[in-house]
Ligand binder design. Structure first.
Ligand code: ADP
Ligand code: ADP
Length: 229
């Protein structure tokens, strides 16, 4: 269970236009941290830096104590399971879409996937069978069902780190609560960073970081943020 550390990270997409201004935070191994903040605060930029789509101009990003500058994108993808807001599914069966996470679409190893209790929970709550086609000629999945498939696809890779980037932001609040309930159990033994602009998504975090304009403006538990503790 690796930790994630941002240590005084400076970053801009263009010269002279900094987005992250000396950002520092830590997600302790096995803990659940949520980052919230208004649109444009730099939240998704954190996700892109973690996958090394870009490298910071200053400071360090460490995973499990190692500077990710020395880590390939491939290794990072194996270590970090991301669930984005709009997951794209293949026009194939539900089972194929889930198995793709593990096998690179070579085989339909759904049975193996379903043996994992967490994944089974996601799969069992889909109204259709594994063999049902998704897409054009097949079934139209709802937004919540699509996210369910996408999350299962991420989980079968068994990544030690989970990154939710607005994973439930496009869902109605009831579906969101339903999916968050399952994610709560899934995240239990993984290092989890959850990025969101809605407070409803972060109730399960050990610590909440509030971000604005590329900086942390506050951090603490729920009670601390509410000044109740
Ligand atoms: P958030 O996820 O908090 O909404 P982002 O990390 O997506 O914020 O964006 C932070 C800032 O970076 C915004 O001002 C956005 O316009 C800018 N930005 C994002 N992506 C790019 C890009 N590829 N090139 C230039 N600027 C970008
Ligand atoms: P894999 O090698 O595990 O199949 P992919 O090549 O599909 O992984 O991509 C690695 C991960 O990076 C994917 O899970 C994908 O959702 C994520 N990703 C792709 N684009 C972005 C983005 N703009 N910001 C953050 N994550 C992204």
């Amino acid at each position: 269970r690796p930790s994630i550390v941002f240590d005084n990270v400076w970053f801009g997409y263009e010269p002279d236009r900094e987005i992250l201004h000396g950002l520092s935070f830590e997600v302790e191994a096995g803990s659940r941290v949520a980052i919230v903040g208004p649109s444009g605060a730099g939240k998704s930029t954190i996700a892109r830096l973690l996958f090394r789509f870009y490298d910071p101009q200053g400071g360090q990003i460490l995973i499990d104590g190692q500077d990710i500058k020395g880590v390939t994108q491939k290794s990072l993808r194996a270590a970090i399971g991301i669930v984005p807001q709009d997951s794209v599914l293949f026009n194939e069966s539900i089972g194929y879409n889930i198995a793709y996470g593990r096998d690179g679409a070579t085989m339909l190893d759904v049975e193996a996937a379903a043996r994992d209790a967490a994944i089974a929970d996601f799969i069992n709550r889909l109204p259709q069978g594994f063999d049902t086609e998704v897409g054009e000629r097949g079934l139209k999945l709802s937004g919540g069902e699509k996210q369910r498939v996408a999350i299962a696809r991420t989980l079968v890779k068994n990544p030690p780190i989970l990154l939710f980037d607005e994973a439930t932001s496009a869902l109605d609040s009831r579906t969101e609560q339903d999916i968050l309930r399952t994610l709560r159990s899934v995240a239990r033994d993984r290092t989890t960073l959850s990025i969101a602009h809605r407070l409803s998504t972060i109730v399960d975090s050990d610590r909440i970081l509030v971000m604005d304009q590329g900086k942390l403006v506050e951090s603490g538990s729920h009670l601390q943020l509410l000044k109740l503790d």
